[in-house]
Each structure stands twice: as structure tokens, then as C-alpha cells.
Design a protein around this ligand. Structure first.
Ligand SMILES: CC(C)(COP(=O)(O)OP(=O)(O)OC[C@H]1O[C@@H](n2cnc3c(N)ncnc32)[C@H](O)[C@@H]1OP(=O)(O)O)[C@@H](O)C(=O)NCCC(=O)NCCS
Length: 169
């Protein structure tokens, strides 16, 4: 198994891999256009010529990046692929000199083994302003925030206008 940076021809397979876990809400759904637009954020996992996993690193700035859309195809789980993906994305973050990497997850045990620690959603205002405040699960979110590195001391995204913030379900 090995990881490599994704290129546009990977977009369809990335879309399939994410869709398999978006139905039950494990992963945020990403449409094909969005994946094409952000394909440079992605790393893919390959085994014998097949793409069996993916993950993305979204850059907010040097103070914060987020690991998202990380998944390994069901048949290939438990063989170290997930760990390889996280390490590759951490390598990307290091290359960009990012001081804090965050993620939101329902599987904190997996990320805890890779050096991530629990955090408060409020400590990550850029993430909240980008995604949480337009998420229907805003006030009953069952994901935990985790970080690796130094918590950001500032945010670069502006607060969204009140009319954009979704009301709780
Ligand atoms: C989470 C996921 C990416 C892990 O991928 P994987 O290839 O199975 O993980 P690995 O084989 O690299 O596992 C690394 C370690 O984490 C552990 N681990 C894996 N999945 C775990 C989970 N869901 N909960 C707790 N520990 C887990 C493994 O037992 C392994 O431990 P070990 O090193 O002591 O053997 C994969 O299960 C997946 O795609 N899940 C569905 C999508 C998802 O939940 N993504 C995360 C959303 S934030």
C-alpha cells in the first residue's frame, strides 16, 4: 500500500469512496464538482494499482488545517491504510508549516493513536464559521473535535451573517 497526491482522474473514485460513507452521515457528502475543484487537497491510497482510500487536507492558513473526507474501502480496512493516509496528510501540513491540524470525528480512538487530542469546537472558529454554522446538526453535533499541535490564537474567516446560520433541527 502507498499514498500519493491525487490528480483530476482520481476524482470519480474519490467521489465513490466518500459516497459509501456519506449515506449514514459518517462523512460529509462531497459532490463531484466540489471534489474536482479541491482535488489538490486530496491524497489517495493505492494497493496493487487500485485506489482503495482517500483523505484531504483543507488549508485555512498557517495557523490551521483540517483533515477531512478520510476513508478506506471496507474490504481494505484494518491493514494500516487509514494510518498511512493520516501520516501523508500530516506530512502535507508540515510541508506548509501549519501549526495546528484539526478534525471532527466519531472515531476519536483511531485519531488518538496518531497524536490527536480532544478539543472544544469553540477553539476552532475558522472551522465553525466555514462548516458548523451552516450544518443542520449545529446544536446537536455528535462529532468530537480533535487537534494536533498548537491551538490557533486567531481566525481568518469572518463571522457569517446571522441569516446564514442554520437553526437547530
Ligand atoms: C477510520 C478508517 C479511515 C480507519 O482506516 P483503517 O485502514 O481501517 O485503519 P488502520 O488499519 O490504519 O488502523 C490503525 C489503527 O487504528 C485502529 N482503528 C481503526 N479504525 C478504528 C476505529 N473506527 N475505532 C478505533 N480504532 C480504530 C486500528 O485497530 C489500528 O490499531 P493498531 O495500530 O493497534 O492495529 C476506516 O475505518 C474508515 O474508512 N471508516 C469509515 C469512514 C470514517 O469513519 N472516517 C473517519 C471520519 S473522521
Amino acid at each position: 500500500m502507498r499514498t500519493r497526491k491525487a490528480i483530476l482522474p482520481d476524482a470519480r473514485r474519490i467521489h465513490e469512496l466518500i459516497a459509501a460513507y456519506a449515506m449514514d452521515g459518517t462523512l460529509l457528502p462531497r459532490n463531484l464538482a466540489e471534489i474536482c475543484e479541491n482535488v489538490r487537497d486530496f491524497v489517495v491510497l493505492e494497493d496493487r494499482g487500485r485506489t482503495i482510500g482517500c483523505g484531504a487536507l483543507h488549508l485555512y492558513g498557517m495557523h490551521l488545517a483540517e483533515i477531512r473526507s478520510i476513508t478506506v474501502a471496507r474490504f481494505a480496512q484494518g491493514q494500516g491504510g487509514g494510518q498511512l493516509l493520516v501520516k501523508a496528510l500530516l506530512g502535507e501540513a508540515k510541508k506548509h508549516r501549519v501549526s495546528c491540524i484539526c478534525l471532527f470525528t466519531r472515531t476519536p480512538e483511531f485519531f488518538g493513536r496518531l497524536g490527536f487530542q480532544l478539543a472544544q469546537r469553540e477553539d476552532l472558529p475558522d472551522k465553525v464559521r466555514k462548516d458548523c454554522c451552516v450544518c443542520p446538526r449545529l446544536n446537536n453535533c455528535d462529532e468530537v473535535a480533535m487537534v494536533r499541535g498548537e491551538l490557533p490564537k486567531f481566525a481568518i474567516l469572518p463571522e457569517p451573517p446571522r441569516w446564514l446560520v442554520k437553526l437547530p433541527l
